[in-house]
Design a protein around this ligand. Structure first.
Ligand code: ATP
Ligand code: MG
Length: 267
């Protein structure tokens, strides 16, 4: 048995298991007769460390959403293994805007808590925090039709954060937004991530967005999606999403990722 002082020693870094472990993941979809097969993902392996921000980029239809849905346990893989080392199930922000139109902003954010039967007082306190964090305090009582697209996205992000899950899975959450709103939300997301220390897997079509946000960028090939590269993003934190664009390394790396996307076999 360990002495108390030994048990309290912090684990060496290499002993902390990654938050997410994906090994040789493969997924195919069959049509209802079972004669047409779409191989969406083929032999993808990667890990995500606790507190790490990882972006996945790749062409449309290469299986990015499929990987995320498997991580969220919304889809079953055909082969390989997926392991989440976390006390809570992951929170997911879906590719399509997903706000409930009949609820106010505050009620939308509180929704996961009300499902869990959390007390009203606790719900209100938590929702107030999230409204402030996502800059929506003045719109707490507004309904979704009174919001801009960017504000609706912020509601989705706030809802995903409200019950404090360790892992956040985000599927192109800013994909439908104009460039300016995107920059604002990227900066907000980085601030939220820096304050909360969550593990994030964020899908995007935008190389630029991936390099702005991530510690690491995973590049996938066209369908069936395989892993083309796993790149460390060297920019220091905290990041300023506008100032970063003055850094030559940012454009060199953008070029490098575009080259990988253009020649997916890594030639
Ligand atoms: N439920 C499903 N049934 C059948 N095929 C599916 C299903 N879901 C996804 N697919 C197929 O799997 C492939 C990968 O789809 P997925 O949604 O993961 O791509 P994606 O990389 O997220 O694309 P996009 O960037 O356009 O969102 C596509 O060819 C798609 O047609
Ligand atoms: Mg998708």
């Amino acid at each position: 048995m360990l002495a108390v002082h030994e048990a309290l020693q912090p684990l060496p870094a290499e002993a902390v298991p990654p938050a997410i472990e994906v090994n040789h993941l493969t997924k195919a979809f069959y049509d209802s007769e079972g004669d047409r097969v779409t191989v969406a993902v083929s032999d993808v392996s990667f890990t995500v460390a606790r507190g790490e921000f990882v972006c996945i980029v790749g062409p449309s239809g290469c299986g990015k959403t499929t990987v995320l849905r498997i991580l969220a346990d919304l889809e079953e893989q055909l082969g390989g293994t997926v392991k989440l080392n976390s006390a809570t199930p992951p929170a997911m922000v879906f590719q399509e805007a997903s706000v409930l139109p009949w609820l106010t902003v505050a009620e939308n954010i509180a929704f996961p808590l009300s499902l869990k039967g959390v007390s009203r007082v606790e719900q209100d306190a938590r929702v107030r925090e999230l409204l402030a964090l996502t800059g929506l305090t003045d719109f707490a009582k507004a309904r979704p039709h009174q919001l801009s697209g960017g504000m609706k996205q912020r509601v989705s992000v706030a809802r995903a954060l409200v019950d404090d899950r360790d892992i956040l899975l985000m599927d192109e959450p800013f994909g439908a937004l104009d460039e300016q709103t995107r920059l604002v939300l990227q900066q907000e997301l980085l601030r939220i991530w820096e304050t909360t220390g969550k593990t994030v897997v964020f899908i995007t079509h935008s190389v630029d967005e991936a390099l702005t946000l991530a510690d690491r960028v995973i590049v996938m090939s066209p369908r069936p999606g395989t892993l083309v590269a796993n790149l460390t993003v060297p920019f220091e934190r905290p990041r300023d999403v506008v100032e970063m664009r003055r850094d030559k390394r940012f454009w060199d790396m953008t070029y490098e990722v575009w080259r990988l996307l253009a020649s997916p076999v890594g030639a």
